[in-house]
Ligand binder design. Sequence first.
Ligand SMILES: [Zn+2]
Length: 78
Amino acid sequence: MIGIRRTEPHYWMPTPHPETGVFERHAFRGRRWEGQPMDMTVCGTSVAMAEPSEMDWRTAPTCMPCNDILKSRQTATS
Ligand SMILES: [Zn+2]
């Protein structure tokens, strides 16, 4: 698990991959995007952030590593 506590809130946002430019919907720590130009995804990628277009929301696939990390976090028993 990459530096995320079970109780931390998160949100999803489509961002372009830093090398390929392909949009994926990653999870981020926090309650919402607060305008920061860069952030670290839950799956550990540093990405540039910008207001996603409606097209990005519709077409960006969910990042599976982020999904798995959050899912395991939710089902984990301490
Ligand atoms: Zn991800």
